[in-house]
Design a protein around this ligand. Structure first.
Ligand code: GLN
Length: 448
């Protein structure tokens, strides 16, 4: 399997650019070891996997696709999720491309060569976990891990025609995930099938004392939940999710999917998420505020690249940051610093926190009466490379349907649900109650 994986990478990755770093020697050595083992019962035994490059891997370069971390070749520890994968004998093939520090929706913010959509290389794979989605879609690995702060697993999964889950906030440890917006970030699996996805989540979920926001909840068997039975399932379809901006072909395939659910004995009704229209502005204020604080650690002293031409310490901080960060990262730090500054804190940051609660309450209310919320993952299929690059606001609008899920902390999955006229896939998003990944997977599997 490991050989097949590297052969496939050699064949296609020159065009797809999903990988930033390969770990060939280690992966081969591990595969040999596994070949000689008697006990082959571990749940991910020998599975070739890719890890998004903002997830720390011991001794394996971790760059967050930033020039700032270009030389971060030798991290001292593994993220908890990586240790958990290795315990179940998955093999790390390499590290995957992304938007710099997970800020972006197209992979074009990678400071290396951006990943391309394997279905059509003129199109973006989505982001920020573009490399994670593309590597699975292109058959380079069996599964990958991505991170999702505001859609970054689900949107690329939709654009690349694969399955991506953002777990409930707190279900998967963030220890070793380079923080973007700590109150929103979650690691999750990207796979070809719902079953594979459930299998990987079973391994990476669970309480971790190294992450103070990790929830101490029982982890059920997600794979056992895949019964195919959705009789009596109550589906809510927010009218805001099929409104203006959603292209007719996306809308039509979501309605077709709902027909499939009806034929399986589920029912659906239209509902409203009245505050979702504020989700985008709320998200960009909160995530940028948190990012401005989290990224303060990149000072040229402790991590990554230090400027070569500084006269004094302050100059060294400034120049290291000016040279190391790309434009989008600087934009977020400036926005976040502004929103947190004393004169504007109440008007922006605090207000956004209040609106976040309203958005969460919208979901809580719907979940009193329904089992899942269903809609499209994105308003449109993938766009062309370069199409939105000079227009950050259009780029941000891409995440309009995924972001409310992060703000509410609930789980959401994207599964393939159709193709555009020009052959590009798009996704169906299924959202569940807090810690009810079981129902999300069951619903996803029944449609798949
Ligand atoms: N596209 C969103 C952003 O740029 C989401 C990123 C993410 O989920 N990491 O912030």
């Amino acid at each position: 399997l490991v050989e097949t994986s590297y052969n496939r990478i050699k064949e296609v990755d020159g065009q797809v650019n999903a990988f930033l770093t390969l770990d060939e020697e280690n992966a081969r050595a591990q595969a040999k070891e596994l070949d000689n083992m008697d006990d082959k019962s571990q749940s991910l035994f020998g599975m070739p996997s890719g890890i998004k490059d903002n997830i720390v891997t011991k001794g394996l370069r971790t760059t967050c696709a930033s020039q700032f971390l270009d030389n971060f070749d030798d991290p001292l520890y593994n993220a908890t999720v990586v240790d958990k994968l290795h315990k179940e004998k998955a093999i790390t093939i390499g590290k995957l491309n992304m938007d710099e520090f997970a800020m972006g929706s197209s992979n074009e913010n990678s400071s290396y060569t951006p990943t391309r959509n394997p279905w059509n290389k003129d199109y973006v794979p989505g982001g920020s976990s573009g490399g994670s989605a593309a590597s699975v879609a292109a058959g380079e690995v069996i599964f990958s891990l991505g991170s999702d702060t505001g859609g970054s697993i689900r949107q690329p999964a939709a654009f690349c025609g694969v399955v991506g889950l953002k777990p409930t906030y707190g279900l998967v440890s963030r220890f070793g995930l380079v923080a973007f917006a700590s109150s929103l970030d979650q690691i999750g699996p990207i796979t070809r099938s719902v079953e594979d996805n459930a299998r990987v989540l079973e391994v990476i979920a669970g309480h971790d004392k190294m992450d103070s926001t990790s929830a101490d909840v029982e982890i059920p068997s997600y794979t056992k939940a895949l019964t195919g039975d959705v009789k009596g399932l109550k589906i809510a379809v927010p009218k805001e999710y099929l409104a203006e901006g959603v292209t007719p072909e996306v809308k039509e395939s979501v309605l077709n999917a709902l027909k499939v659910y009806e034929s399986l004995g589920a029912t659906w009704e239209e509902v409203s998420l009245p505050h979702s229209k504020y989700a985008l502005s709320t998200y960009y204020l909160l995530s940028s505020s948190e990012a401005s604080a989290n990224l303060a650690r990149f000072d040229g002293v402790r991590y990554g690249v230090r400027t070569e031409n500084a006269d004094n310490m302050i100059d060294m901080f400034k120049k290291s940051r000016s040279e190391g960060f790309g434009d989008e990262v600087k934009r977020r730090i400036m926005l976040g610093t502004f929103a947190l500054s004393s004169g504007y804190y109440d008007a922006y940051y605090k207000k956004a926190q209040k609106v976040r609660t309203l958005i969460k309450n919208d979901f809580d209310k719907i979940f009193e009466d329904y089992d899942v919320v269903i809609g499209p993952t994105t308003p449109t299929p993938a766009f062309k490379v370069g199409e939105n690059i000079d227009d950050p606001l259009t780029m941000y609008a891409n995440d309009i349907l995924t972001i409310p899920v992060n703000l509410a902390g609930v789980p959401g999955i994207s599964i393939p649900c159709g193709f555009s006229e020009n052959g590009l896939p798009f996704g169906l998003q299924i959202i569940g109650k807090h810690f009810d990944e079981k129902t999300v997977y069951r619903a996803a599997h029944a449609y798949e």
